[in-house]
Design a protein around this ligand. Structure first.
Ligand SMILES: Cc1cc2nc3c(=O)[nH]c(=O)nc-3n(C[C@H](O)[C@H](O)[C@H](O)COP(=O)(O)O)c2cc1C
Ligand code: SF4
Length: 529
């Protein structure tokens, strides 16, 4: 299929838009003139490809973004009617990319539906649209109601490329549902390889040979003990279980999921629980995986267990201090209570006006501020960055975070570092001038760095110092290096893939060497000929 892109502010979209198209020739002015270039490109593309493939056009159903779910159509319908039967397929999206590409914190499944209702009545050609569809029921409803002919899925098929096949086979419990975190999109924003929180094989199909559904059978009869059932531990257990290993998964708490179970209770974060639920459902199908809840292990317990391989995935906890340019420094007397996101998630909330100091810069600062506003507290979100939640801009959440928080009544203060908290006020310093200011607050929540919970790992290492351990020892996920959830599922999967597999440390990944100099010389030579 060949696409003609007449949306997303690209060149063709600019021709359609009277605000950007100020031409005085036959390509500007009237609606017909502004539509001319798109018409010609569609016609010429169709001529060029003949009957070898279909030509699709991506086109926005609305004219202007305003309130979610309330389309401003303007002249879109008329414009569409001029082109209606030209392409083989219409791919209909909307103007507001923060809604189309919406993160689940702000946008739920099927958000484009209200924009789509008129489209099919104006064309005889099939129509497709998107909307982070992972639920077969929602897809069927869209098709039955006649809003669209086909369901498009970008993120849902990154999270699970086999989504259509699983629906066709009735294996709904096997669907690895996208959680709408937009970590995949951050790869796009940063021009780095795309990662997916739910699908750790994403981007590793070629260079590591990982398949989203298939995994090599076990190489030995080993017993693997995984300690910690957060995203890394759960994914390691699932993938090792699929390989056929005997696996014991020990979790200190009463529930599985670790950080995703806790974070999913925060405002807007409900869909993150899919990271746990998908894996727990898969574990239930694996008789070779035993899960032990309420099982806090000591190094001696681990030794006694008799596993061949031990992998520690005990996660991380938020720190109460703050990282300065070179080191962590305290920001309150030890007797002054300073809270962290872990406290909030575990139910300990401040009782008065609160400063949330966010030097993490991703979603947690904003989410905690929202949680405290829900509890009726007066909240100021302070960040040393020039923008609130700067890293969330890479995922597209940043497009909505400041407006969302302001709408909730959260005060925002950027470019200020945290100097001290005495229980009554927070002293801050401007990042640019160093000038200090104080905010009256009886609560302080620091959203800064996280420290690995690695006591068990270091305890086992200490035992190893007394004599060789009777098992291999590794640590994965946040317990190794606190990072985003996608890094944890990746680490768990990688551990499972690499177990009993010889890894060439000099060349762990498949790669191709291209001599750019030689390629260029060849290209010049060809051009000269
Ligand atoms: C990683 C990633 C890259 C994307 N790149 C493009 C792009 O280059 N052009 C485009 O029109 N849409 C792009 N999109 C947007 C998708 O086409 C789609 O409109 C959007 O993801 C909403 O669909 P979904 O809810 O099924 O994910 C991208 C989406 C993702 C997740
Ligand atoms: S990274 Fe997140 S949003 Fe993107 S496909 Fe995976 S789960 Fe969905």
């Amino acid at each position: 299929m060949v696409y003609v892109y007449a949306t997303h502010g690209y060149l063709l979209a600019n021709f359609l838009d009277p605000e950007t198209n100020t031409r005085g020739d036959e390509y500007g002015g009237s609606l017909e003139n502004r539509t001319r270039l798109v018409r010609e490109v569609i016609e010429e593309t169709k001529d060029a490809v003949g009957d070898r493939c279909a030509v699709a056009v991506r086109f926005a159903a609305d004219e202007r973004a305003d309130v979610d779910g309330q389309p401003i159509l303007g002249e879109r319908r008329e414009m569409f009617a001029l082109l209606a039967d030209l392409p083989d397929l219409w791919d209909i999206n909307i103007q507001d990319y923060s809604l189309e590409m919406g993160a689940s914190r702000f946008v739920k499944e099927g958000a484009l539906e209200p924009y789509m209702r008129w489209v099919r009545s104006v064309t005889t050609k099939p129509v497709v649209t998107v909307g982070r569809y992972t639920s077969p029921d929602a897809m069927v409803r869209m098709l039955r109601s006649g809003v669209t002919d086909l369901i498009g899925a970008a993120r849902p098929s990154i999270a699970d490329p086999y989504l259509p096949m699983k629906i066709a086979e009735g294996r709904l419990e096997d669907i690895r549902e996208c959680i709408g975190c937009n970590v995949c999109y951050s790869g796009d924003s940063l021009s780095v390889p795309i990662r997916c929180t739910q699908n750790p094989t994403m981007g590793e199909e070629w260079r590591q040979g990982w398949h989203p559904e298939r995994i090599a059978p076990r190489a030995t009869d080993s017993l693997v003990l995984i300690v910690g059932a957060g995203p890394a531990g759960l994914e390691a257990a699932r993938a090792l279980g699929r390989r056929g290993y005997r696996v014991a998964l020990a979790e200190a708490g009463k529930v599985l999921g670790g950080r995703v179970t806790r974070e999913a209770t925060l405002p807007g974060m409900r869909e993150y629980i899919r990271v746990r639920d998908y894996r727990v459902q898969q574990l239930q199908k694996l008789p070779n995986v035993e899960v032990y809840l309420d099982s806090r292990l000591t190094p001696e317990d681990v030794l006694e267990f008799g596993a061949d391989h031990v992998v520690i995935a005990t996660g991380a906890r938020w720190r109460r201090d703050v990282f300065g340019p070179k080191r962590f420094y305290p920001i309150a007397d030890p007797t002054t209570p300073v809270l962290t996101p872990d406290d909030i998630m575990e139910g300990t909330l401040p009782t008065g006006p609160t400063v949330v100091f966010d030097s993490d810069g991703y979603y947690m600062g904003g989410v905690i501020a929202e949680r405290l506003r829900q509890a009726g507290l007066s909240v100021t979100l302070v960040t040393p960055a020039d923008r609130v939640s700067p890293w969330a801009e890479e995922t597209g959440e940043g497009w909505r975070v400041p407006g969302h928080l302001i709408g909730l009544g959260v005060e925002l203060l950027t470019a200020h570092g945290l100097v001290w908290f005495d229980g009554q006020k927070v002293t801050l310093a401007c990042e640019h001038s160093g000038r200090e200011k104080t905010l009256a607050a009886t609560g302080l929540v620091v959203v800064g760095q996280r420290a690995p919970v690695d006591g068990l790992y270091t305890g086992l290492q200490a035992l190893a110092g007394e004599g060789p351990l009777p098992f291999t020892l590794a640590r994965i996920g946040d317990c190794d290096a606190p990072a985003i959830i996608a890094a944890a599922t990746y680490a768990g999967h990688r551990y499972a893939q690499d177990l009993d597999r010889p890894v060439d440390l000099d060349q762990p990944l498949r790669h191709e060497k291209i001599d750019v100099g030689a390629e260029l010389a060849l290209a010049w030579q060809r051009a000269a000929e």
